[in-house]
Design a protein around this ligand. Structure first.
Ligand code: KIV
Ligand code: ZN
Length: 520
């Protein structure tokens, strides 16, 4: 087998973090967060960004349109069911993209056709032809997907694929919608299509594998070996149920095992770690410690035997260098004596660029952190700046917090918030210290929202590590995730709750500007 790369073995990376990934329960992102993720994906070098499902909501439509306008390199894609309304809405949303794509789909498996669509095979075939032809009148780049393809009767799948290509589909996607396939089976399915569909060479064949049996990446790679040249995937593998194939795993498997899989992608792997952190932060979904490629332990060697081997030669226990995926050895380069220049330099190395005022604020907070914390790691700085970016335009700001708790005394919090420029203070008790803090916020800024998730994680090691708190709030079906970081978990909790509240206020302002000034 040869390892030279030609156009024939270039695999297109189709990222659906913002569409299928965002469909994960609880992974909703705000408009601004979606733009941030899209910018990151574009810099990462993915070929296609599926930015959303434009007909599903005005918010999704707006995000897809804005992403279409700003993305410089990747194609921007909007999802649509087989109806004209969906397709027209998707076309409208992507129309400003440099490379617009419409992705239309319909189920083809017996169980979906009968119970979900209530349509017979002929009606589904008609819909394939009509929907793809219609989309093709609106854009040149049309992707068609056979939802639940792996449970579809083979002859019928071949007829649908042939018709979709004849009607103008430039990419045909074969999803394992329910994550049921095994690698061998998926390989044979793609191979069967290449053998039996007469016009198959007129379209790119894509994989879209879900991870219900933990086989999504293996199945995607099997699809590539069988001839697929587009893989659909998400950062950190987020997505419906158990998620989708993880982008970082596919990219690195192809890179590291080029001897067996001589395929290339356009992804700059050194940005994988950064993309993973961003998606984890905006969704509030932590990355499991032992997650391949981007997990905290992916490049840690704990046992003495392994450490000894590593010191002698890194190849003893490492199949790729951490730098290849953007992981540096955690370093302690900054401390309380570091100045503005060193801090700016560090931010640039970590990929951050802050406007003057935000930089000054971040620097002030860095100094405060360095005073409190013995070792300031890169991850501490990243957490601090992410927090800073999230808080730039806040209407409510945490000004002061004093918490009293202990054995035999009711936990209480004395909190001062600056609300639209005015300071307000309250002292409130609760069932625990965090409950007291959240009650104090509710007292100072009365509101009724549901607290759905409260999560704490230490960003770096040690008892002086920065705590990174995520809070998910829900109001009338809108969910937001707030984040806060501080060496004190209680302070980080206050920051996270107030950050989420500020995001809700921004959402409210967009929907009903007149209600904003009134605390509700
Ligand atoms: O899993 C699936 O089948 C999908 C389609 C919309 C492509 O997400
Ligand atoms: Zn899917």
């Amino acid at each position: 087998m040869t390892t030279t790369s030609t156009d024939k073995n270039r695999v297109q990376v189709f990222d659906t973090t913002l569409r299928d990934g965002e469909q994960s329960p609880g992974a909703a992102m705000t408009f601004e967060e979606k733009l941030e993720v899209a910018d990151c994906l574009d810099a990462l070098g993915v070929d296609i960004i599926e930015a959303g499902f434009p007909i599903s909501s005005q918010g999704d439509f707006d995000a897809v349109s804005e992403i279409a306008r700003r993305v410089k390199n990747a194609s921007v894609c909007g999802l649509a069911r087989a109806g004209f309304k969906d397709i027209d809405r998707a076309a409208e949303a992507v129309k400003h993209a440099q490379r617009p794509r419409i992705h239309t789909f319909i189920s083809t498996s017996p169980v979906h056709m009968k119970h979900k669509l209530n349509m017979g095979a002929n009606a589904v075939l008609d819909a394939v032809g009509v929907s793809v032809s219609h989309a093709r009148k609106l854009v040149d780049d049309v992707q068609w997907s056979a939802e639940d393809a792996t449970r579809t009767e083979r002859d019928f799948l071949c007829r649908c694929v042939e018709l979709a290509i004849r009607s103008g589909a430039t990419t045909v996607n074969i999803p394992d919608t329910v994550g049921y396939a095994t690698p061998q089976e998926f390989y044979e399915l793609i191979q069967m299509l290449f053998n039996r569909v007469p016009n198959i060479d007129k379209a790119v064949i894509a994989t879209h594998c879900h991870n219900d049996l933990g086989l999504a990446v293996a199945n995607s790679l099997a699809g590539v070996l069988a001839g697929a040249r587009q893989v659909e995937c998400t950062i950190n593998g987020i997505g419906e149920r158990a998620g989708n194939a993880a982008l970082e795993e596919i990219v690195m498997a192809l890179k590291v095992r080029g001897d067996l899989m001589p395929f290339t992608t356009g992804v700059n792997s050194t940005l994988l770690s950064k993309a993973s952190k961003l998606v984890s932060n905006v969704t509030g979904f932590p990355v499991q410690y032992n997650k391949a490629i981007v997990g905290k332990n992916a490049f840690s060697h704990e046992s003495g035997i392994h450490q000894d081997g590593m010191l002698k030669n890194v190849e003893t226990y490492e199949i790729m260098r951490p730098e290849t995926v953007g992981v540096k050895e955690t370093s302690l380069v900054l401390g309380k004596l570091s100045g503005r220049h060193a801090f700016k330099d560090k931010l640039a190395n970590l990929g951050y660029e802050l406007a003057d005022a935000a930089f000054e604020d971040a620097f002030r907070r860095f100094k405060a952190l360095a005073d409190k914390k013995k070792n300031v790691f890169d991850d501490d700085i990243a957490a601090l700046v992410d927090d800073e970016i999230g808080r730039a335009q806040d209407l409510i700001v945490v000004k002061g917090l004093k918490v009293m708790t202990g054995v035999g005394i009711p936990p209480s919090a004395e909190m001062t918030l600056t609300i639209e420029g005015k300071d307000k203070t309250a002292e409130v008790t609760g069932d625990g210290a965090v409950d007291a803090i959240f009650n104090a916020i509710r007292e100072l800024y009365p509101h009724t929202v549901n607290l759905q998730v409260y999560q704490v994680k230490a960003v770096t090691e040690g008892t002086d590590a920065q705590a990174h708190v995520s809070v998910r709030l829900e109001e009338d079906g809108r969910t937001v995730i707030g984040r806060g970081a501080d060496t004190d978990t209680l302070v980080a909790s206050a920051y996270a709750y107030v950050n989420a509240l500020n995001k809700l206020l921004v959402k409210r302002r967009k929907q009903a500007p007149e209600t904003l000034n009134v605390a509700q």
